[in-house]
Design a protein around this ligand. Structure first.
Ligand code: SAM
Length: 284
């Protein structure tokens, strides 16, 4: 509301989101594979490749202080660490950067616990607070209030399949803008509410509204949570509306002015006929 109080509906939505992700946490990765037929892995790979995380070390930069510290990446709604792991792998193997680190942040402690488990068994990336090679840390926080993170401190902010669950998306975008350094990049991978081709959209909606809750019921004995996930996709703004929201938060949206060409022509990149899309913003 104007006075900063949450309405009953908003409280209900936030607690619904908490319950959904608490109940899906343990099966989350398997269910993602089943529901997207494994395609979410390709989207995530492409998303991370397009961001080229890490600092490419050259003989000229190896002695500079920047190359020694690497990038600070914030993966919001990072859940089980799927995006964070890919970003660290990319920085390390492609850019040969062993210093870039990721803060995995999520509102839900159960989802973060799954991420912690995954990194605890990783031989490559230390989560130990005392280790000088610490590459991963965890932060339980609402994306709409990142007060634990300093302004102008983050090089790259990522959010994959998270923002549609936020109650106040514009507030989260403003927080993203605040924590990023000037020149820092906001990047979002998210489902879109509909496909531009009406025939394909009909087929896709039949699949998502029919099969996904059913898979949820059969595999995870939780039809309701998966029904919610499908409905939350339907309510998310269109690609053009969302690009406008990113701009409203103060970002420059690459490719938004038509005729720029490139992957982000129009202000976003559609994936798989527009089932999902990538949006980016640069803090001036
Ligand atoms: N990024 C991961 C991935 O791509 O696999 C996880 C995505 S999962 C569908 C959505 C995540 O958003 C959940 O872990 C949930 O707890 C988190 N989430 C929902 N509302 C949030 C909020 N307001 N702030 C931060 N995280 C939130």
């Amino acid at each position: 509301t104007h006075f900063g109080f949450k309405t009953v509906a908003e409280e209900l939505k936030a607690s619904r989101v908490r319950t959904v992700f608490s109940s899906v946490a343990a099966n989350y990765d398997t269910m993602n594979d089943l529901m997207s037929l494994g395609i979410h892995r390709l989207w995530k790979d492409h998303f991370v490749r397009s961001l080229n995380p890490g600092i490419r070390l050259t003989s000229a930069t190896t002695s500079s202080p920047q190359s020694a510290t690497g990038q600070t990446i914030l993966d919001i709604a990072g859940g089980t660490g799927d995006i964070a792991l890919r970003m660290l792998d990319h920085a390390t193997t492609i850019n040969r950067d062993n210093a870039t680190s990721v803060i995995i942040s999520d509102i839900n402690p159960e989802m973060l616990a799954e991420g912690r488990k995954r990194f605890a068994t990783s031989p490559y990336y230390s989560t130990t607070t005392t280790s000088p090679n610490r590459r991963v840390s965890f932060l339980e926080a609402n994306a709409e209030d990142l007060s634990a993170i300093e302004s102008n401190s983050i090089d790259l902010y990522t959010v994959a399949f998270g923002i549609r669950n936020f109650t106040h998306k514009q507030v989260a975008l403003q927080e993203a803008f605040r924590v990023l350094k000037p020149g820092g990049v906001f990047a979002c991978l998210e489902f879109t509410p509909r496909l531009s081709n009406p025939i394909m959209n009909g087929i896709y909606k039949r699949w998502s509204f029919g099969a996904i809750p059913l898979i949820g019921q059969v595999v995870a004995a939780d039809r309701e949570s998966y029904q919610y996930l499908v409905e939350s996709i339907e309510r998310f703004p269109s690609q053009a509306e969302f690009a406008g929201m990113i701009e409203d938060a103060g970002f420059i949206v690459p490719g938004k002015e038509r005729g720029d060409g490139g992957d982000l022509e129009g202000g976003w990149e559609d994936l798989s006929l527009g089932i999902a899309a990538i949006h980016k913003g640069v803090k001036p």
